[in-house]
Design a protein around this ligand. Sequence first.
Ligand SMILES: Nc1ncnc2c1ncn2[C@@H]1O[C@H](COP(=O)(O)OP(=O)(O)O)[C@@H](O)[C@H]1O
Ligand SMILES: [Mg+2]
Length: 432
Amino acid sequence: MSDHAMQIEPRFDVDDIEQIGAEDEAETFIPPVPRVSIQAFCETADTAKMLQVAAEDRRMARAHTNIQSSGIDGAISFYREAPSPNLIIVELIGGPDSILENLARLAEVCDSGTKVLVIGHVNDVLLYRELVRRGVSEYLVAPLSTKQVLQSIAGLYGDPQAEPLGRVLAFVGAKGGSGSSTVAHNSAWMIANNLGTDAIIADLDLPFGTAALDFNQDPMQGIAEAVYAPDRLDDVLLDRLLAKCTDNLSLFSAPGNLGRDYDLEPDAYDRVLDVVRANVPAVILDLPHMWNGWVKHILLDADEIVITAEPDLANLRNAKNIFEIVRQGRPNDRPPRLVLNRVGVPKRPEISPKDFAEALNCEPAAIIAFDPALFGTAANNGQMIQEMAANAKPLEAFAEIAKALTGRSEPSDKRRSLLAPLMARLGSRKKS
Ligand SMILES: Nc1ncnc2c1ncn2[C@@H]1O[C@H](COP(=O)(O)OP(=O)(O)O)[C@@H](O)[C@H]1O
Ligand SMILES: [Mg+2]
């Protein structure tokens, strides 16, 4: 066969061949699905089996996929109790009317950021258009190949022109020791474990960072390896450099040693953060208390900024300066969030939270009392506060911060859905 092939004269010039290859690749290439949560509710065994195979595909390695056979009713009762994931896949076996009706019921219990992919059994263009118009991300007709479904899921996240998936949440202290890292780690814990949003904590305090200690992880080069060889960083290397804390939470830890001088260029973290944010919806940056080119660049670039301060004069002056430079540098963004921490140290004269916040012209996002026994034990154990004491008072503050940063509410809170127009429409149709 190779002899025969060798006799064939090339018929295309190199440019043509490249073009054909590229077209072909565009059709069949499936990019990796990022670190999103996917929950599927099937009605038929065939669809469940097909999704199971898809979930085990290498391109789904980062996503958390859960497949249930409880159908649309299972989905609805499930999301009454639990926050919805990034993507819901739901199989509906009825006709167009039944599909619309069931989706309206699902819409009532879903968060607004959730994408919905519907697998139906009727091939109906009008139904398809109507579903897309009402906010359904994709409608596929069974029977489906694994590849079709993978392409659809990747297509929902793979558009390089689309906004980056992950939000960068930067935490910085107004002064060293104000508890910024503690607040960052515990808030990240809430985002990941209580709201179910996949998160990565990046410890940017390369010489002295405590994230690995706080999560009881072995020290790793982690983020230093990435920042000193950013061009080598891809999804595969990222996976190797991350330490897994829980199912939803990974840690990009700092070396925590003085092996280098750690002088970084202002844009040193750009590439690293691009790769990280393409892989996970929430990126928590634990910044050191310092002021230089790269810290300023990261703060001005972040989606959200949380400043943790103690209620004293030096913290107030520094917080005010950070607020000002950030307000100037990003006039179209919301101002930073203020967390007052270590409030109520016995015998210490303090600025009241009210006066502190007024001086900064903001409302504190959270106020956390000084509790050396609680925080000291957690730090020594390498545990988060919630792991140690499920009813501890500061958990309310961390939950508040998590909610403010992600916009995600508890399941019992009012939810608005992408499918809200669908609900409204069906509601008015029933009345008439
Ligand atoms: N509310 C609090 N009450 C008592 N101790 C706290 C509190 N918050 C943080 N700490 C402790 O303060 C110390 C400094 O916290 P850390 O998060 O490392 O600060 P930063 O990152 O701002 O330098 C740690 O020992 C931590 O356990
Ligand atoms: Mg710190």
